[in-house]
Design a protein around this ligand. Structure first.
Ligand SMILES: NC(=O)c1ccc[n+]([C@@H]2O[C@H](COP(=O)([O-])OP(=O)(O)OC[C@H]3O[C@@H](n4cnc5c(N)ncnc54)[C@H](O)[C@@H]3O)[C@@H](O)[C@H]2O)c1
Length: 389
């Protein structure tokens, strides 16, 4: 196994490690419940093997509830999440029965924006050379993280129509870039680089065309970089970056970019590391309740068939554990996942023959038990609650 790269403990020392943490679990739609079930089983097993103290509360927010009750994100949900929980573990949202996708937008974008989760942290890490579609690339060649701005940019919903439905129709779609928003995501990328001994931060933009927003990103990037001696500040236009990510991904250590470019680049990143079924992400506001979710969507054609890859969700749970201060348990999950992939004990998308449940079980079987009296008392203190609201 190659060196593990810690992914998300940005300022997480604000949170106290080694204490009981409260997790809100929102499986969502489609394959969400199936893959999140495996992630939860991993967390349950870690209670026994590593004494990780977690209290899990399940929420049934998603398409079924929306269709039955008209409720997407329940009233008061954001206040409850931020006051009562340390982290949120979510599956995926999206259902063909809800053509407007309103419930998914309310729940997911509602949490990202409402909880001000301004960092979308997406690691791109090749766990086994056979998984990448790139020729002759080794795990050491593909190992970087993307800091995607998560609360503004082109996803702010600003714009409108003029003369809608006529041949003269005009549609505008605005992009929002605030000084504060740009600065905090760039600072987070440099802070991460410093903490994890990464030597280079590369910013992707389109400042040659997007004169105003691009100009702000350029100025702030230079200012922040000037305060971070010892870390190389690199810049690429986003179109060139898509090319270089394929031709020479080894040059990237930390990438920082806006909401839309980050969205697109990380799907390419997911492909480089073996597919969407593997990709994990964190929506983070350091020191506050943060949301962890696999990068993939609800994949309706796979739902209910026990074939979806649970690894994206399980690695997402590992990111969450690291954020909460359970570093050892997080490393154990990544080690176990790498081991199953090396033995092709995987679902079909990664070349194996296992079902979702079998792939999850194969990972859990790899956990090495840690024995200590302290662990036993921690296990007795942990528990699971279920709450459908
Ligand atoms: N964060 C989210 O909740 C999120 C993200 C993307 C899409 N969506 C929603 O999901 C629905 C489907 O969207 P889509 O098809 O564009 O994206 P998707 O990620 O659901 O699926 C894209 C492709 O990847 C495959 N795939 C995804 N996850 C997989 C897994 N765990 N194992 C194996 N294969 C996997 C799918 O079979 C499909 O071929 C839509 O309603 C969309 O809006 C939600």
């Amino acid at each position: 196994m190659h060196d593990r790269s810690p992914v998300c403990n940005v300022d997480r020392e604000i949170l106290m490690p080694e204490t009981r943490k409260k997790i809100a679990v929102i499986p969502g739609d489609g394959i969400g419940p199936e893959v999140i079930r495996e992630a939860v089983r991993v967390l349950d097993r870690l209670r026994e093997t590593h004494g990780v103290e977690l209290e899990l509360t399940h929420f049934d927010w998603g398409a079924d509830k929306f269709l039955k009750e008209g409720i997407s994100l329940p009233e008061g949900a954001l206040e409850m999440l931020s006051s009562e929980f340390d982290a949120i573990l979510a599956g995926a949202f999206g259902d063909p029965r809800v053509a407007s996708n309103k419930h998914a937008e309310d729940i997911l974008l509602g949490m990202r924006r409402g909880l001000d989760l301004y960092i979308n942290l997406r690691p791109v890490r090749l766990l086994d050379a056979r998984l990448t579609p790139l020729r002759d690339r080794q795990p050491a060649d593909i190992n970087f993280v993307v800091f995607r701005e998560n609360t503004e940019g082109a996803y702010c919903g600003a714009g409108g129509f003029l003369k809608k439905g006529t041949p003269d129709e005009i549609a505008t779609q605005e992009e929002l870039n605030t000084r504060r928003g740009v600065e905090r995501i760039i600072e987070a990328a440099f802070a991460y680089a410093r903490k994890h001994k990464r030597r280079r931060v590369t910013m992707a933009d389109k400042s040659n065309v997007q004169r105003y927003g691009g100009d702000l990103w350029q100025r702030v990037f230079k200012e922040v970089a000037s305060r971070c001696a010892g870390i190389e500040a690199n810049h690429q236009y986003v179109d060139a970056m898509t090319m270089f990510m394929v031709l020479d991904p080894s040059q990237y250590e930390v990438i920082v970019t806006n909401n839309m470019f980050g969205d697109i680049l990380t799907d390419l990143g997911a492909a480089l590391q073996g597919g969407l079924g593997l990709a994990a992400s964190g929506n983070i506001h350091p020191g506050r309740v943060s949301l962890f979710e696999p990068v993939h969507g609800s994949a309706p054609p796979l739902a209910g068939k026990n074939v979806a890859n649970p690894v994206g969700s399980i690695l997402t749970a590992a990111m969450m554990l690291e954020y909460l201060g359970f570093d050892e348990a997080s490393e154990e999950v990544e080690r176990a996942v790498s081991e199953t992939i090396a033995r092709t004990e995987t679902t079909r998308d990664l070349g194996g023959t296992l079902s979702t449940e079998e792939a999850g079980a194969a990972i859990r079987e790899k956990f090495e038990k840690q024995n200590s009296g302290v662990m036993k008392s921690r296990i007795q203190n942990s528990g699971v609650r279920s709450q459908n609201e």
